[in-house]
Design a protein around this ligand. Structure first.
Ligand SMILES: Cc1cc2nc3c(=O)[nH]c(=O)nc-3n(C[C@H](O)[C@H](O)[C@H](O)COP(=O)(O)OP(=O)(O)OC[C@H]3O[C@@H](n4cnc5c(N)ncnc54)[C@H](O)[C@@H]3O)c2cc1C
Length: 416
């Protein structure tokens, strides 16, 4: 009998969970080592069950949706606005529904402001090869479409201000929105805990995978061109000849553990403000233009408001953020006829600041790292794909790519 070896996946964010799932599906034995007290990473439930921040998926995110299918959680992701995204312009006070995909713009009522032949050509040009430039430069001649559609999409998908964001990477996102159903926007019905992390862990447990939380990897012991051991605070874990490692970690951790690997060094924050409120009614998702907040997710058990690319806004106190955002939320709720009371005074709120929510997706990004820097070590993580911004889709794809790289690598079976 031969020992098939153990794969140690370090980091139980979405990329680590996806890598672990792909590995157990191939029959590998897997242990997940997570430094935090809980799994989920940047897509996790806080101790009170609130999401760290609203996470939306698009129909175009095929790998993420397939992952949800495989963990039995696809039903938990619902489309709150099938008739088009409700958008309130806080400057003009115009409230309307907007189709995210050009396929929906045949209906003039759902066409974003500023769609003209010239601005459509500017959108199409994003898909063409050529020197990269900022999104603001690419749409300098089309300020109305920039404000009404391109800037909100850029900030949502790239978490980077348009003055800095790569038009080429935005083009890659927009190209994926073309197919039928690709622009459907989905959110977790009950939250990231019950609709993502818990089902992933349950599925992995069914396949015999172990999760060890509170285990921060301190160092890698290398020798003979391979990883020889993983150093945790409590123990040093030898990596046998048939074992392998997936590092599914954020870029700054990989830079510490494997100096020399190219990693993004600059990050952008996201501020989420969660208002406590219990009210009956469907899940709603509203976009805001011209205010502090960009997206409002209304669930029966609370309202979560997102401010992406929040360089300045993360400095606000909880009370300041709530006081500035609540009037915007209230106006949107009243304009779109959301049920329940919408008092002038903000309900209790708290802010969650993810200071390194994603890399900044500017011009001249660092090269993508090698998927497999050592024969028995592969990298995963939302930042490891050059072709996509750092999102759940990129995290899942990277995890699956790391598992595939190890499957291709020749193993060194040993007699058990
Ligand atoms: C507020 C917010 C909103 C977002 N909204 C969206 C959205 O709407 N749609 C979307 O697609 N994406 C969104 N994202 C991005 C998405 O959350 C990330 O792309 C994805 O979760 C990254 O997963 P990951 O596994 O690559 O990294 P991480 O989630 O960072 O996972 C890395 C894991 O490694 C652990 N770790 C770190 N160091 C060590 C160590 N030394 N030893 C052991 N473990 C360690 C961490 O605790 C973490 O659990 C959002 C992110 C944030 C923060």
């Amino acid at each position: 009998m031969t020992d098939p070896g153990m794969v140690h996946v370090v980091g139980a964010g979405v990329s680590g969970l996806a890598a672990a799932l792909a590995l157990v599906r191939e029959g590998r034995r897997v242990t997940l080592h997570e430094g935090a007290p809980v799994a989920g990473g940047r897509a996790r439930a806080l101790p009170d069950g609130t999401d760290n921040g609203t996470h939306a998926l698009l129909g175009a995110n095929r790998a993420a949706l397939r992952f949800l299918e495989r963990i039995g959680a696809r039903e938990g992701w619902v489309e709150p606005e099938p008739a088009g995204l409700p958008v309130l312009d806080l400057e003009s006070h115009v409230a309307r529904r907007v189709a995210l995909s050009p396929l929906g713009w045949g209906d003039a009522r759902k066409r974003p402001e500023g769609v003209t032949l010239g601005s459509l050509l500017a959108l199409l040009r994003l898909a063409l090869p050529g020197a990269d430039r900022s999104v603001a430069q690419a749409f300098a001649a089309h300020p109305v479409l920039l404000r009404a559609l391109v800037e909100p999409l850029t900030v949502a998908a790239l978490n980077t201000p348009v003055q800095e964001a790569s038009a080429r990477l935005l083009g890659a996102v927009l190209r994926r929105l073309g197919g039928r159903g690709a622009a459907r926007l989905l959110v977790a019905r009950n939250g990231l805990g019950p609709d993502l992390v818990a089902p992933a862990l349950a599925t992995l447990a069914c396949h015999g995978a172990w999760l060890r939380c509170g285990e921060r990897l301190r160092g890698l012991v290398q020798g003979g061109g391979r990883v020889q051991a993983l150093e945790f605070a409590e123990m040093t874990l030898p990596i046998g000849p048939a074992d392998a490692v997936v590092l599914a970690l954020p870029p700054w951790e990989v830079a510490r553990l494997l100096p020399g690997i190219p990693v993004p060094r600059r990050h952008a924050p996201i501020l989420n403000v969660h208002f406590t409120r219990v009210a009956e009614g469907p899940i709603r998702f509203i976009g805001l233009l011209g205010g502090l907040a960009q997206w409002v997710l209304v669930r029966p058990d609370g309202i979560s408001v997102t401010v992406s690319a929040a360089d300045a806004e993360v400095a606000l106190t909880d009370a300041e953020a709530a006081a500035r955002i609540w009037p915007e939320v209230r106006e949107a709720a009243l304009r779109f006829g959301l049920p329940g009371d919408w008092p002038v005074t903000p309900p209790p709120a708290r802010a969650v600041r993810e200071r390194r929510a994603t890399p900044r997706h500017g011009l001249n990004p660092p090269a993508a790292p090698p998927r497999q820097p050592l024969p028995n070590l592969a990298l995963a993580g939302d930042w490891t794909l050059a072709s996509l911004p750092a999102t759940l889709e990129a995290a899942v794809r990277s995890g699956e790519a790391a598992a595939a790289a190890l499957a291709r690598a020749p193993r060194q079976p040993v007699a058990a």
